[in-house]
Ligand binder design. Structure first.
Ligand code: CP3
Length: 351
């Protein structure tokens, strides 16, 4: 995909992320961390003690403050708006609770055609106005320091939560739903896709410079089933967004889809640590920018070791068409100094 620099992106002081997504030549790779605004940051924990999760998400001033914390304190090259992928089920009419320390809970799950028919797919921008307000405010507060990333969950991952009602290691209820009633599953996936496209477009209008689609549970599917239940919807989203902003797809655990996804309208693919940088490049033939793939558990190792691993990772991907990141979200037990060392190691990289 070839997205021309927009007026806003040319005003950015640090444009590395967008340059990498446009496959322009960079001096060093940009770096950010999935789930960079969160529980490993003491200032986030202070806010968490005062306001519950959805208050933090739904109050633009709080969401903005949390989004800026890792930019100010860890030195990342991009901000990702503080929100959650589960705001989409909420906008579709389902109740979502966040149980502190235990994760999301959807009291009423999707089981029947009637449940699917009752789901809303319109007016994403209105239902999620607080996200748009948080994006506009954050864009203003960033004042061009770094690009702002918007995001959504991928249709398969959102289906997982809607059917299962909570997190799972195996997602067997979601898979049973898909394998025993594929027509229903496709009807649900299409509804999620439609509202997600509107939602992502609205995010770009509100100030997001690029968007990432998190398919966190793609790896629960076999390669054949990924092609049926995940890939077509990721492609629909990438195609629909191609004139709006660069899209990063993150199908966690689905390295087998790299070749197919490198031939879509997406600008970047996020990968986890289940594949080497070299093999990921071989599968994608340098057709697309790759992002990843540091195992977040390695951030618990001593700092000199983290720096050595980061160098090896960049050696493996190469400096161009690459975004340094983790292979999944940063965990709450990572010391801030170690997160900083990860970012510094990328900034210091030289061959
Ligand atoms: O990256 C960022 O800094 C932006 C914030 C962000 C959150 N959720 C905030 C959050 C992002 C990008 C997400 C995406 C998200 N949410 C995903 C995809 C990314 C991934 O990790 O795979 C998923 C699967 C969810 C659903 C979700 N939200 C779960 C499973 C949980 C509980 C477990 C956990 O990781 O904490 C949440 C809660 C949540 N979303 C928290 C945060 C900071 C923790 C709750 C808290 O701090 O009180």
């Amino acid at each position: 995909m070839n997205i021309e620099p927009t007026k806003t992106s040319t005003q950015l002081k640090n444009d590395l992320l967008l340059q990498a997504l446009r496959k322009q030549k960079v001096e060093r790779p940009p770096v950010w961390m999935m789930r960079q605004a969160g529980r490993y940051l003491p200032d986030y924990i202070k806010l968490r003690e005062k306001y519950d999760f959805f208050t933090r998400v739904q109050t633009p001033e709080l969401a903005c403050e949390i989004t800026l914390q890792p930019v100010d304190q860890v030195g990342v090259d991009a901000a990702i708006i503080f929100s959650d992928i589960l705001v989409i089920p909420q906008a579709m009419g389902l109740e979502v609770l966040m149980e502190e320390g235990r994760g999301p809970l959807l009291p009423k799950t999707i089981k029947t055609k009637k449940d699917i028919d009752a789901l809303n797919t319109s007016n994403a921008e209105e239902h999620l106005k607080y996200v748009m307000d948080a994006l506009s405010l954050t864009k203003k507060e960033l004042n061009g320091r770094v690009p702002l990333i918007g995001f959504s969950g991928a249709p398969w991952t959102i289906l997982c939560y809607m059917v299962e009602g909570k997190g799972s290691k195996t997602w067997d209820k979601a898979k049973q739903f898909a394998y025993t009633g594929p027509e229903l599953a496709h009807a649900l996936l299409q509804k999620i896709t439609n509202i997600t496209i509107d939602y992502l477009k609205a995010q770009v209008k509100a100030g997001a410079d690029t968007v990432q689609v998190f398919d966190s549970w793609a790896g629960s599917l076999s390669p054949e089933d990924f092609k049926i239940f995940a890939q077509p919807y990721l492609i629909q989203i990438a195609d629909a967004m191609k004139n709006d902003a660069p899209v990063i797809l993150f199908p966690k655990g689905s390295w087998y889809a790299l070749k197919d996804l490198s031939e879509t309208s997406a600008s970047g693919i996020g990968i986890d640590w289940s594949i080497t940088p070299q093999f990921a490049r071989e599968l994608t033939k340098n057709k697309i920018t790759l992002q990843g793939n540091f195992d977040p558990a390695k951030l618990l190792a001593p700092i000199p070791q983290i720096k050595k691993w980061v160098k090896e990772m960049i050696d493996g991907f190469g400096v161009q068409n690459y975004i340094a990141n983790l292979g999944h979200g940063i965990t709450p037990n990572v010391p801030v100094e170690h997160a900083k060392a990860f970012v510094e190691a990328v900034k210091e990289y030289s061959r």
